[in-house]
Design a protein around this ligand. Structure first.
Ligand code: B12
Length: 465
């Protein structure tokens, strides 16, 4: 069976192309079983033409689309157009975090034939096999099918317990070298699946409840190292990024990983972590192994708000200590921040500025809050009538505008806080960073990023060093 994957990555900020772990894994499993796979990556502004050309040329039997919430407005247009042209010749299935937590989209989306809830490797394989052999497809676990106006809902199978058993992600499907080049020569890897925490704005707690079995699963270090080796021998890579939700969850794993990584890979690397995990010993072994940057979520600076609304229970003292220890270990820091949460106000937001000013991260990222179906904060927005219906289908760059209408923190205030955030953090501390971030987060920042993209490595070096 010919499966054409669609990775919609439309109107995202920052100018870097990305690899998709889900699609990489799905494709590897399909190909191993003898199916054919191709990919259409949709990047930049919405434009369906490249996809239509690819469909003409590849003639897929299945169109397999991955969906995060922000992309769904574009996905609906894609599905309508493909169905208008090809009718029942192409079977359209959608999966990913948005669909998994908003399965009602199947009924609401005209032209969509099926959805996949949760992990898709074996459900999609079963679907491809059955469509190819002409068997009944209405009873595949994890897959809901819409047929003759009826929806067939099926139970979910358990989570894959041994993720080492999966083949390495299919990077050849992507224009992988171009992705690495556009992301400052970094190749991204994941050593685990899942996250044990339940931050109320994140999909993890919803995703965790969909399937039975252990949600947080780590690959063996040998398996990860073998994949990194394969990638660095096939592509020109300078840096490694471990993009796990919680790479540092298990101290023993980190320590063993660092020893083996240093011996067998040795490339400079960065990772995401939680402030609670970092100890002097861990930071030392990370540094020794070549870790040059650690990214940590602050998200919101008001301790009470963070605990009560976001269910993030670390103290400000803990955050400050983690940034201090990391700097002392000679590792650069990066903070993640969000503005525009339900019930946030200007004053509460200024606490995020305050703590960032105090810890002075080497770099920072700030986003405008986006409500995702299946999360407690989405339900809170619905309950309090904060969601602005008029904003739902409007074109803007993901996470740079708010879709909420809140009396105590207006859209105008949120956008002003978003645009001035980094300036407020670095003003009077680092003139260079303050100015560059101010431009990056300005109204015309995205346009500038696109124009400056041929020189972006130089710009980043200038901003960060
Ligand atoms: C690593 C990561 C990234 C990486 C890689 C993306 C990727 N998915 O591979 C990068 C940095 C590129 C990224 C980007 C973004 N991310 Co992200 N990311 C993650 C993270 C931490 C892990 C995802 C992952 O790799 N999981 C492992 C792989 C194997 O799982 P998977 O991709 O979900 O795919 C499996 C299933 O979902 C399913 N599946 C997926 N697609 C399809 C399609 C079909 C047809 C089928 C049958 C099945 C299927 O099968 C796959 C294999 O089992 C998750 C949090 C999480 N725990 O999910 C957030 C998460 C997915 N990201 C999120 C967001 C918001 C984004 C961005 C929008 C941020 C932005 N820049 O604006 C972009 C969107 C990119 C896009 N256009 O899709 C949200 C999505 C929430 C939502 N409902 O929209 C999540 C859930 C985190 C959160 N805040 O809750 N992300």
């Amino acid at each position: 069976m010919k499966v054409l994957f669609v990775y919609p990555d439309i109107n995202v900020k920052g100018g870097a192309l990305s690899y998709h772990f889900g699609i990489g894994s799905l494709s590897a499993v399909l190909k191993k079983a003898g199916h054919e796979a191709a990919l259409q990556y949709l990047y930049g502004s919405y434009d369906i033409k490249p996809l239509l050309e690819k469909v003409e040329q590849f003639e897929p039997g299945i169109l397999a689309i991955t969906a995060v919430s922000f992309q769904y407005k574009y996905i609906k247009k894609i599905i309508a157009e493909i169905k208008r042209i090809y009718g029942s010749k192409i079977f359209i299935i959608c999966g990913g975090p948005h669909i998994s937590l908003a399965p009602w989209e199947l009924e609401k989306t005209e032209g969509l034939d099926a959805i996949c809830i949760g992990e898709g490797e074996y459900p999609l394989l079963e679907l491809a096999d059955k469509l190819q052999s002409g068997n009944d497809i209405t009873n595949i676990e994890n897959i809901w099918v819409k047929k003759d106006g009826k929806i067939y809902q099926n139970p979910n199978r358990s989570l894959i317990s041994d993720i080492d058993s999966l083949p390495f992600g299919d990077r050849e499907l992507f224009n992988y070298q171009e992705i690495v080049n556009s992301d400052y020569d970094r190749a991204i890897f994941m050593c685990s699946r899942g996250c044990p925490y339940s931050c109320t704005y994140c999909c993890n707690s919803g995703l965790r409840d969909l399937q039975k079995g252990k949600y947080v699963r780590f690959r063996s270090i040998e398996n990860v190292i073998a994949e990194i080796k394969e990638v660095i021998s096939n592509y020109h890579v300078k840096y490694i990024y471990l993009n796990d939700d919680v790479f540092t969850e298990n101290r023993e794993y980190v320590s063993k990983f660092c020893t083996i990584y240093k011996e067998e890979i040795g490339y400079p690397f960065e990772l995401n972590t939680r402030v609670e995990h970092l100890t002097c010993d861990m930071l030392q072994s990370l540094r020794d192994a070549g870790c040059y940057r650690v990214a940590m979520g602050i998200e919101q600076g008001d301790e009470k708000f963070r605990r009560e609304i976001l269910n993030r229970r670390m103290s400000n003292e803990k955050i400050e200590k983690a940034f201090e220890l990391t700097k002392k270990a000679g590792i650069r820091t990066k903070s993640f921040n969000i503005v525009g949460f339900p019930f946030e106000t200007y004053d509460i937001h200024m606490e995020t500025v305050k703590i960032n000013r105090k810890v002075q991260p080497s770099s920072l990222v700030v986003y405008v809050f986006e409500p995702y179906p299946g999360t407690p904060l989405y339900d809170m927005c619905i309950k309090n009538h904060f969601i602005e219906e008029d904003m739902q289908d409007i074109d803007f760059i993901s996470r740079t505008d708010t879709t909420l209408n809140m009396p105590d923190f207006t859209r105008k205030q949120i956008l002003k806080c978003y645009r001035n955030f980094a300036w407020r953090v670095y003003r009077g501390k680092s003139y260079k960073k303050a100015l560059l971030h101010k431009i990056y987060y300005s109204k015309y920042g995205e346009l500038l990023i696109r124009l400056l993209s041929p020189f972006k490595k130089i710009v980043r070096k200038f901003a960060m060093d």
